[in-house]
Structures are given as structure tokens and as C-alpha cells.
Design a protein around this ligand. Structure first.
Ligand code: AHR
Length: 501
């Protein structure tokens, strides 16, 4: 039997990190694979509503609890003409999508996306094309979307049936402009100047916008750090956020390092924060640039791409990763990192929402179901609201090739708005269960402790079309409360949501 480990945490409601930002629980819908078509939008589906949105998917999205959705890409946006997705559907052009090698039918566009956002109750986060396009088209789009009426673009929107302006507040200035794969890739200097000019001109239309400049596509990019420094040197006073993107997967069977992927995310956040603050200091600015972690997930980037090899297909199966129990635990640990650092990561998007590296899967004409990664996100969005507290932790550790010795326990505590507390805790050790002692001393006598745990004896267990509910969190009965301390048994490789009321 595996040796048993112990860890202890304590926190105090008086010592906070930050309020949990509403935008921390964002997700992402890209015109990629089946995220839009046969994902959220399938007019012929048995559950489709009058707007062609699948009700079975809408129900799962509402259970998942995203607060904001980024759209329409991703790499896709760098070749996208936003006007193609407006007006009568029969007049919309079919176009080659060079980013993903597919045919885009444009049957879903801005108006449909806004209906989707209103139906689900999420904030739109709109990206503009700074790859094949630039300043003028960004301004046209903003005028079409947000101006009430009386001008060419705003009246065009009204003539398309959308009388009221969309009021989109959050905008991404391009996507991954540092990436050699990006259509219209730019140098940091070129992009920084463009972002500054686009941002300043967009603010002439609406000074209250929140604007996101592109940071590095990953911490591993050759220019990481230097890119952020140059982009922000050019655009510091005109943007609000710098973006960060990170995807994790096991490499060469090194699962211990994979379990500790959050270490990389933390270093990423530290590096971007330090760089942004250094630029701000040099410019003698009082302003702080925050991070929009607008793509994060587990992604098996060298997995077979399914139907991607068929040239110019419409909505083929692309990036349809099927996630394991282990993936969900790593995913939960990434979510914990975002919460722990929400003083500077004030927006984030799980990439993506449906079918494409997604928590929700669908079959065309068929069912929709939850992937393993669905659960940590849904629990964090439901119970991770309020104030993040500083946690003092004492944890056993394990060795990794990629990150050295790391703590087995990865946790965060949240003081919820209703006076209860939630601890999200991952046991990252693949072999050793852990007894977690939670000191309840500063919680005013609260002692009703419950826990939901996601784990599996088979780390590779997955939810599939054939077995849609194989992996799910279960109530963890292994809890005792004694002398103001809760003892919660955390299985090896587990995600746990501990509620204290
Ligand atoms: O989310 C999938 C892709 O990953 C996005 O299109 C791109 O921005 C990133 O490289």
C-alpha cells in the first residue's frame, strides 16, 4: 500500500489576495472544426431553438458557468472579414479559411454570436483581424457593433435586424501576432505600433472600451519577455490588458512534470507581470496593465487531427481531444493558479467551449456530453466567487524533471459572498494519497465541511460517446472535524472542492 502523506493549510478572511474578477471564468468560441457548426449551432438538430442554437449544448454551457466568451478566433480571426458573417444568410459568401485549411460558410456570424451571448448570459469578448486587415476594418466593425445609428455601418446593422447596438466592451487587438503560423505575423515593434494606433482610434468611438494587446503565444516562444516589453513600450497608455496563452500536455511519458504544469503557468504570470510593471516604471506611469489569460487548457498538440487532412472541408473534426481523469486534475490545477493570481490575471478564457479542445462534446444530430475537464471549471465557476484568500500551506513534495521539487498539494481558498468558504485542492502526487488538514480557527465557528472529489483508479479514464458519464466528481465521505481542524482525505491524482459552511 502507498505511503500516506499529510498536508495542512490555514487562511484568514482578513487576509485577501483580490476579489475574484467576473471575467476570470471566460471561454472561447472559434470558427474552428466543430466548435460553431454542429457544436453550438446546428439549425437542424432536434433540440435547436429558433436561432439554430442547440438547446442541449446551451443547457450544458449554463451548467459549466462561463461568464464571458471570446470570438471569432484564434488563428481564424487573422484572415477573417467580419462583414461576411452579417446580413441575409443566403447572401453570405463561402470563403477559404487559411488558418485551419477549411471552408467557412459564414452561416454563423456576429449577429448570431450576440444572440448566443444573450441567451447564455455571457459577456462578448470580440477579436479584430490585425493579420490580413488593420485599423480601418477594426473601426468599421466597432461602429457596426456599438454605434446606435445614423451612420453607414450602424444603419447597416439596423437594416440587418439588430436595432440595438451590441455594446461590446472587451476587444482583443489581433491574435498571437508573434507566431510564425499566424496569418500576417508581425515583429514586436510593428505589432506594438499597430496595437497602439488601433486602440487609440477605437477609443475615439468609445473611450470606455477594455482593450487587450497580444502577448506571447506561450512562455516557450523565443521572444517571450522581449515581445511583451516592446509591445507595451509602444502601447502602454492605450491598452488595458496584455494576453497570455498556454497549453499543456505530457511529454515523453513524463506524467509527474505534467501534473506540475501549473508551475509553468505561474512563471508565465510572474514574467509577464514583472515585464509589464518594468515598462510602466520606465514610462513613469501610474497605470497597471493586467493579464488576459485568454487561451489556456490541456491540449495534445501532436495528436492526429482527424478529418483535418481532407482539404477545405466544412466544419471537420479538428482538435477533438478526449480528456482523461489525469487531464482534468491538471486542468483543475491550472484553474487554481488563475484564482491564486487573480490580482493580476483579471480575465481568462478556457480554450475552447465545444468540441475543439473543449469541456463539452457533441455529435451532429446526436447527443452532447461533459468531458472530464468540465467538472473543475463548473465547480470553480460556481463556488469560486467572492474573495481569494492568502493560504499558508505545508505540503509534502515530489520530484519532477521539468520543475524540480514541487508541492503535492496545490490549493486556493475563496471567501464566498454568502459567508461560506471554498477550498479548491489538487493532490498532484500520482502515487500518494494525502490527508489535508484545514485549519478552521479563523472562520467564526463554521464546521460543516463537505467535499466533492474527482479522481479515477485509471488515470486514463475518459467520457466518450459510448460512455458519457464514466468520470465525474463524487461526494467524498472521508472527512472528520476535530478541535477546529477538518481532516479531508485527498486521493492521489485528485481534484477536490471543499465547502465550509
Ligand atoms: O485554440 C486553438 C488555437 O490555439 C487558436 O486558434 C490559436 O490562437 C492558438 O494557437
Amino acid at each position: 500500500m502507498a505511503e500516506h502523506h499529510r498536508a495542512r493549510i490555514e487562511f484568514d478572511p482578513r487576509f485577501t489576495v483580490a476579489d475574484v474578477p467576473e471575467r476570470l471564468f471566460g471561454s472561447f468560441v472559434e470558427h474552428l472544426g466543430r466548435c460553431v457548426y454542429t457544436g453550438i449551432y446546428e439549425p437542424g438538430h432536434a433540440t435547436a431553438n429558433a436561432d439554430g442554437l442547440r438547446q442541449d449544448v446551451l443547457d450544458l454551457i449554463s451548467e459549466l458557468g462561463p461568464t464571458m466568451v471570446r470570438y471569432p478566433g484564434g488563428n481564424f480571426v487573422s484572415g477573417y472579414r467580419w462583414e461576411d458573417g452579417t446580413g441575409p444568410k443566403e447572401d453570405r459568401p463561402r470563403r477559404l479559411d487559411l488558418a485551419w485549411g477549411t471552408t467557412e460558410t459564414n452561416q454563423f456570424g456576429l449577429s448570431e454570436f450576440m444572440k448566443f451571448c444573450r441567451t447564455v448570459g455571457v459577456e462578448p469578448n470580440m477579436a479584430v483581424n490585425l493579420g490580413t486587415r488593420g485599423l480601418q476594418e477594426a473601426l468599421d466593425l466597432l461602429e457596426y457593433a456599438n454605434h446606435p445609428g445614423g451612420t453607414y455601418w450602424s444603419d447597416l446593422r439596423r437594416s440587418h435586424g439588430d436595432e440595438e447596438p451590441y455594446g461590446i466592451k472587451l476587444w482583443c487587438l489581433g491574435n498571437e501576432m508573434d507566431g510564425p503560423w499566424q496569418i500576417g505575423q508581425k515583429t514586436a515593434h510593428e505589432y506594438g505600433r499597430t496595437a497602439d494606433q488601433v486602440a487609440r482610434s477605437m477609443r475615439y468611438i468609445d473611450p470606455t472600451l477594455d482593450l487587450v494587446a497580444c502577448g506571447s503565444s506561450s512562455r516557450g516562444m523565443p521572444e517571450f519577455g522581449a515581445w511583451e516589453a516592446e509591445v507595451l513600450t509602444q502601447s502602454y497608455e492605450s491598452v488595458d490588458y496584455i494576453s497570455a496563452h498556454a497549453y499543456y500536455q505530457p511529454r515523453e511519458g513524463d506524467f509527474a512534470s505534467f501534473m506540475a504544469s501549473a508551475q509553468d503557468m505561474e512563471l508565465f504570470i510572474d514574467g509577464v507581470t514583472a515585464t509589464a510593471d518594468a515598462v510602466g516604471a520606465k514610462l513613469k506611469s501610474d497605470k497597471k496593465i493586467n493579464i488576459s489569460f485568454d487561451e489556456w487548457n490541456v491540449w495534445y498538440q501532436n495528436a492526429p487531427t482527424g478529418e483535418r487532412d481532407e482539404p477545405w472541408a466544412v466544419a471537420p473534426r479538428q482538435l477533438e481531444d478526449v480528456y482523461s481523469a489525469m487531464d482534468a486534475v491538471v486542468f483543475g490545477s491550472l484553474m487554481i493558479t488563475l484564482l491564486r493570481r487573480c490580482d493580476r490575471v483579471t480575465a481568462a478564457c478556457l480554450a475552447q467551449l465545444v468540441n475543439v479542445i473543449a469541456p463539452i462534446m457533441t455529435e451532429p444530430d446526436g447527443p452532447a456530453w461533459r468531458q472530464t475537464t468540465f467538472f473543475p471549471f463548473a465547480e470553480a465557476s460556481k463556488f469560486g466567487r467572492g474573495k481569494v484568500l492568502r493560504v499558508n500551506a505545508d505540503s509534502p513534495s515530489f520530484d519532477t524533471k521539468a520543475y524540480g521539487t514541487v508541492d503535492a498539494l496545490h490549493s486556493v481558498a475563496v471567501a464566498n459572498e454568502d459567508g461560506t468558504y471554498t477550498v479548491f485542492a489538487v493532490n498532484r502526487d500520482l502515487e500518494h494519497p494525502l490527508t489535508l488538514e484545514v485549519d478552521l480557527g479563523s472562520l467564526g465557528g463554521l464546521a460543516d465541511v463537505t467535499c466533492s472529489t474527482l479522481t479515477d483508479a485509471d488515470p486514463n479514464a475518459k467520457n466518450t460517446l459510448e460512455d458519457q458519464t464514466r468520470v465525474a466528481p463524487v461526494a467524498n465521505g472521508d472527512i472528520t472535524v476535530k478541535d477546529g481542524v477538518a481532516h479531508v482525505e485527498l486521493p492521489a491524482m485528485s481534484w477536490n472542492t471543499i465547502r465550509i459552511a
